[in-house]
Design a binder for this molecule. Structure first.
Ligand code: NG6
Ligand code: CA
Length: 496
């Protein structure tokens, strides 16, 4: 009898083991919004403490030369999901109330994973557009995430600073009341609706530039909105809402394999932490919401651990673009920064062609599989499609990504040799340790945001190995290198 019982236990253990071995790993991409290279303490360059991100960084591969595809949001997200350079798609620009910019016939990361038997979900910020003609928020909002490969979606449509300030679950507005229809305009206000411009007395956080439209929860946004009272989100609860959604998604799909995009709203403006985090960083709301995001990541990690999912789940953490302090509200981001350096030792920030625009925290973590390592291989989010495709045994390959599965998930192999990055429709080339920035018209420093954008009347050439902060333009001294990189840049971009 006892023997019989024992062999049953052995059998069960063995079959669980072999099921896990055969099943491809779950994949979670944690994607922050405007988190800088120096904002994560594991990078050792700033003052904020992010212990939960650090745990992933210290237990996995922390990339020192990991790039987003663009220095702004929508283009980076487009490239991550498609493996296609955003500058190939005219509509892949910062979106405001726009239509979906991914063609529903296009191959995407979640579609590819679905083909391999994954359940796919996205929770958090979307910012890739909705619908294919004029958007009516009182109807199903399709096509959207569910039409480009996600089985489940719980999203905010654009950003916290844009209307409509509502969540959308699988194409429908959460808590929608048909008796209170939603109207949205980015051109003009609806009669009788207060705005940040006309009613500053109603604001709990004042706008600095842009962001003077409809007021929701004491904060004025980009655009105008009327109706939808019961559907409006609570900003202070957003982090908890997305975390709970992410955990529910994992709970429901724990038999796996699942793919979850957990797209955090922090630290994009308006920065409105839950009161639990208010004042915790000493750096004002920007620091506080980063600590809030870090806490959420810790909670997600603990949840996976409690469910025994850690050894069969890959966690990839990154950010859609570099940091910005004043992005449109008076929120003390500049005043309370102290000695913290969100951009680390890099030049520029969000919107910039300089390094801090696109070089961002980039970490891959897989307990027991990826050994702790700091990697200086050149990698980009645009490579995740091909690399994950390789990992799960799919034959799908995107046009612009490279297969860096070994670099991302196996502590070996070589990264890219070269990469084109984008910043508000301008592009630049990274080639090994060199950076080429073509001449662009426009201000050297972005008005209001006070970030060096990379615009110069002539070519700029930097050697990052010797000059990580891009202080010495070598275009004059290195004519041969310059000519070589100009030729490569024009070739890749198809310019002549
Ligand atoms: C800009 C907004 C900025 C931010 C950005 C998008 C103004 C003046 N500025 O147009 O606040 O919302 O768009 O950021 O409105 S991103 O991270 O989603 O790309
Ligand atoms: Ca962003």
């Amino acid at each position: 009898m006892r023997l019989c019982f024992l062999s049953l236990v052995v059998f069960i253990l063995f079959s669980c083991e072999s099921k896990n071995e055969k099943q491809p790993p779950n994949i979670i991409i944690i994607y922050a919004d405007d988190l800088g290279y120096g904002d994560v303490s594991a990078y050792g360059l700033g003052q904020l403490k992010t212990p939960n991100i650090d745990r992933l960084a210290k237990g996995g591969t922390r990339f020192t030369r990991g790039y987003s595809s663009s220095a702004t949001c929508s283009p980076s997200r487009y490239a991550l999901l498609t493996g296609i350079y955003p500058w190939r798609n005219k509509r892949a620009k910062i979106l405001t109330g726009a239509n979906l910019i991914i063609n529903t016939t296009e191959m995407t990361l979640p579609k590819m994973l679905k083909e391999k038997g994954y359940h796919t979900g996205i929770v958090g910020k979307w910012h890739l557009g909705l619908g294919d003609s004029e958007i009516d928020y009182n109807k199903e909002l399709r096509p959207g995430p569910n039409e480009v490969g996600f089985d489940y979606s719980f999203i905010m449509p654009d950003t916290q600073d844009r209307v409509p300030t509502v969540y959308i679950k699988n194409g429908s507005i959460v808590n929608y009341d048909p008796a209170d229809p939603i109207e949205v305009s980015f051109e003009k206000n609806f009669e009788g609706q207060p705005t940040g411009k006309d009613n500053p007395e109603l604001l709990s956080m004042k706008w600095h530039h842009g962001h003077n439209g409809s007021i929701v929860n004491g904060v004025s946004r980009i655009g105008y909105m009327k109706g939808g009272e019961s559907a409006k989100w609570s900003d202070i609860d957003m982090a908890d809402t997305f975390l709970n959604q992410a955990q529910n998604y994992i709970d429901q799909n724990q038999s796996g394999p699942f793919f979850l995009m957990y797209t955090l709203q922090q630290p994009h403006v308006p920065r409105i932490p839950h009161p639990r985090f208010k004042g915790t960083s000493g750096m004002g709301p920007r620091g506080d919401v980063i600590l809030e995001a870090d806490w959420c990541i810790g909670q997600l990690y603990a949840y996976l651990e409690a469910k025994n999912l850690l050894t069969n789940t890959i966690i990839i953490l990154s950010s859609d673009n570099g940091p910005v302090l004043n992005d449109g509200y008076y929120d003390d981001a500049v005043e309370k920064l102290g000695t913290h350096t969100p951009w680390g030792n890099l030049r520029g920030g969000k919107y910039s062609l300089f390094e801090a625009g696109t070089r961002i925290p980039f970490i891959t973590y897989w307990k027991g599989k990826i050994q702790p390592q700091i990697s200086d291989q050149l990698v980009s989010q645009i490579d995740l499609f091909n690399s994950i495709s390789k990992l799960v045994g799919s034959k799908q390959r995107s046009r612009d990504g490279e297969d860096l599965a070994e670099v991302f998930f196996q502590n070996k192999g070589m990264g890219r040799k070269e990469l084109v990055i984008e910043a508000t429709t301008r592009t630049a080339l990274k080639s090994e340790n060199w950076v080429l920035i073509p001449p662009y018209k426009g201000p050297k420093v972005g008005p209001n945001v006070n970030i060096e954008l990379g615009n110069e009347s002539d070519y700029q050439l930097y050697n990052l190995e010797k000059d990580p902060s891009q202080q010495n333009n070598l275009a004059q001294q290195e004519p041969q290198k310059l000519a070589e990189l100009i030729a490569r840049f024009k070739f890749i971009r198809g310019l002549n």
